[in-house]
Ligand binder design. Structure first.
Ligand code: SF4
Length: 370
């Protein structure tokens, strides 16, 4: 058993271990994908858009990718999308870049739905360590026969010197087909199979409901029945191939949280409070556009008794950041709006909560004015 109801039988892929520890950079190379699976969880902001993200950071050039990898102390990268085999030159470029920058030990794996031997062989030559083939559910049964291109790619991969696995969501009503698929994959000798809990997301919710799937309230965003089928398969002693079930709660509660903690430890200022959830708590003072930012920052620091290193100025968001407790003590005497904020330590710094510290002095800034 793994935390959050995840489990495995046989060894875990090195890429999965790094992911659990938050040491994998998630490199989203494009939102474009020609497969349009009904359960696709890719967010509205990225879905079918040709955009690149390194974790939550929008990528405009290679430096963004490398900085983000360093910000979490990445020891590997998972390349995802969309389908990374679509913009194949771009994907090859990133594999070469990451290997050149971080060395051959930087483990790179990739997810794809496209069974394209020429592209995967090219990626293997560029240094890709592992690919995970996403086999469409209507081929789960047929793969035990001739299986077409999906089977051909899995059979050819060992000659390219690359690990090959299969990663699919568990559709609860397809247990029989899934069992046939697993037996076929065992015959092929794939290195592992990852079973993902089928889960609701903002983008697939309507389609999942239309097909009669319901949410399991005891299980985060998981679809009712998906976990039970996956657990039966992992426990089933008749399968000898390495099987790993990754739950929806594990992705948020372990993988993401670990990555956030690693990023917070490396990038948060020393005065920030780090929470067990991987978020950071700060005191902030917002500086209006008509005020001189540097001067205002010095005044805030002076009033709060904050020496150099006890505060910092965020130019982009026009705010002074300091220890929340220190700011709380002087907020009532400030002539600028002050808050305690909890936010993600990510490039987009998504805010979780904000508490006004001097609402009486600035009722209009906090929605209490006339
Ligand atoms: S292959 Fe992946 S990215 Fe493409 S539609 Fe299916 S789930 Fe979405």
């Amino acid at each position: 058993m793994l935390p959050m109801a995840s489990s495995h039988r046989g060894p875990l892929s090195a890429a999965c271990t790094q992911c659990q520890e938050g040491r994998k950079l998630v490199l989203f190379v494009t939102g474009l994908c020609r497969f349009r699976c009904f359960y696709c969880p890719v967010s509205e902001r990225r879905n079918q858009k040709d955009v690149i993200y390194a974790n939550e950071r929008r990528v405009l050039d290679d430096a963004d990718v490398l900085e983000e990898a360093r910000a979490i102390g990445a020891s590997g990268t998972g390349i995802t999308g969309g389908d990374p085999l679509g913009p194949i030159d771009r994907t090859v470029h990133y594999v070469e870049l990451l290997k050149r920058e971080f060395g051959p030990g930087h483990n790179i794996h990739l997810y794809t739905h496209e069974p394209n031997a020429a592209k995967l062989e090219r990626l293997a030559r560029a240094g890709l360590d592992e690919f995970r083939l996403h086999i469409p559910h209507y081929l789960w049964g047929p793969l035990s026969g001739d299986g077409g291109a999906y089977r051909a790619v899995l059979e050819a991969a060992p000659s390219w010197g690359i690990r090959r696995g299969v990663e699919i969501p568990v559709l609860p009503e397809k247990e029989a087909e899934l069992r046939r698929l697993l037996h076929a994959l065992e015959g092929i000798g794939v290195d592992f199979v990852n079973l993902n809990e089928l889960e609701f997301s903002e983008t697939n919710e309507t389609k999942l409901h239309e097909r009669g799937y319901t949410q399991d309230p005891r299980n985060g965003w998981g679809v009712r029945g998906s976990r039970a089928v996956a657990e039966r398969l992992v426990r089933d002693g008749s399968f000898r191939l390495p099987l790993h079930y990754c739950s929806s709660r594990f992705k948020d509660g372990v993988q993401l949280r670990q990555r956030l903690k690693r990023r917070a430890e490396r990038t948060a200022p020393s005065f920030a409070e780090l929470t067990p959830d991987g978020t950071v708590v700060l005191g902030i003072v917002e500086i209006p556009l008509d005020r001189d930012l540097a001067r205002a920052a010095r005044r805030v620091a002076g009033l709060a008794g904050a020496a150099k290193g006890d505060y910092r100025v965020d130019l982009g968001r026009r705010r002074v950041e300091l220890d929340a407790r220190r700011l709380r003590r002087v907020a009532a005497r400030l002539r600028l709006p002050a808050f305690e904020v909890e936010e993600y330590p990510t490039a987009d710094a998504l805010e979780v909560e904000r508490t006004p510290l001097n609402p009486a002095a600035f009722p209009e800034a906090f929605g209490g004015g006339e």
